[in-house]
Design a protein. Structure first.
Length: 331
């Protein structure tokens, strides 16, 4: 019978995290900072840049068969300035146009083109809209099985080329030990290595965690989380040392999103990489998503890893096939 594929997991400083980067554009709503960061990252990682212009049915209220030729041309025209900028930098750029429900269009395109990173604009709708899952951006962040880099709508601090906007200097990796945070940490570590940046590890003893541990005193809960946080931060320090990445670790107390945002502001963080656990239903309504709140309020880009992406263990793992999958073995 056919033998199972044997896969070896490899991590190291030679890994190129992002070979295929995707920017989705919606109608004429093009955020310059998203384009600039995407171009810079494509430069840094020598990646192919996919520019996908989407005629979103949810935004236009039109079905695919109702979209006129002029609207199709308008959608396609949005790509041209981005393509021109990419060509001027010598980048490999792949333009594409599609219509439909954005998350579905993006997911299908990403699967068909082996996309490694989605660069997306910061959600513009209200927190209530995101809680009710009416916001396309939040839906993509929570459900598309890709690392998603969310960019705030602001002027980049540096021009593309030379001193690039993607040259991060201080990267924050909040951790709680869950799979999503662990994969996000590995992204942050590899990005820090590539950009010669300082890695900041943060564990928050969250005051809200007490309500989830009935039967325990506040002191017992605090001791438990302090021990967990200490172990996780020590692990971050050890792994950063293996790649010679400068690292600072902090254990703090309070509400997670507030502590993350305060740390980001006080320490001049220019990239946050974190997991998002995708709370749904009443838990999302009552607690909200820490990642969503950080994305909403942070002034810097936020790279998120959702549950599906973590389960797939997408990057910075490199899977090396040790045997031909068609090789047959005889018992």
């Amino acid at each position: 019978m056919s033998s199972p594929r044997r896969l070896e997991v490899r991590e190291g400083p030679d890994i190129n995290l992002y070979n295929q980067i995707l920017i989705p554009l919606y109608g004429t709503d093009v955020v310059d900072s998203v384009v600039q960061y995407s171009l810079s990252l494509a430069e840094t990682y020598d990646a192919a840049l996919h520019v996908l212009s989407i005629q979103d049915e949810d935004r236009t209220g039109l079905e695919s068969d109702q979209i006129t030729t002029q609207e199709e041309w308008d959608t396609a025209a949005v790509i041209e300035p981005v393509v021109d900028q990419a060509h001027s930098l010598g980048l490999n750029v792949i333009p594409a146009v599609d219509s439909g429900h954005s998350p579905g269009v993006i997911r299908q395109y990403a699967e068909e083109n082996d996309i490694d990173l989605l660069v997306h604009q910061k959600p513009k709708q209200t927190r209530l809209a995101r809680v009710l899952r009416r916001d396309v951006s939040s839906h993509i962040i929570q459900n598309v099985p890709l690392p998603v880099l969310t960019i705030p709508d602001r002027d980049p601090s540096d021009p593309v080329g030379g001193s690039s906007t993607s040259q991060f200097t201080d990267i924050l990796v909040p951790t709680d030990g869950y799979d999503e945070a662990s994969v996000a940490f590995k992204h942050g570590l590899q990005i820090a290595k590539r950009h010669n940046a300082t890695l900041h590890g943060l564990f928050v003893v969250d005051e809200q965690s007490y309500s989830s541990r009935p039967g325990y005193t506040w002191g017992e809960v605090t001791d438990s989380w302090e021990q967990r946080g200490t172990r996780l931060l020590e692990d971050i320090t050890e792994k950063a040392a293996t790649l010679d990445v400068p690292v600072r670790t902090t254990l703090s107390y309070g509400q997670a999103q507030q502590e993350i945002l305060e740390y980001t502001e006080v320490n001049g963080i220019d990239l946050v990489t974190m997991g998002t656990r995708g709370l749904t239903g009443i838990r999302r309504l009552l607690q909200g998503s820490v990642a969503s709140r950080v994305i909403e309020e942070a002034d810097c880009p936020v790279l998120t890893i959702n549950r599906t992406t973590a389960e797939l263990k997408k990057h910075p793992y490199t899977f090396l096939r040790k045997e031909n999958q068609n090789r047959m073995s005889i018992n």
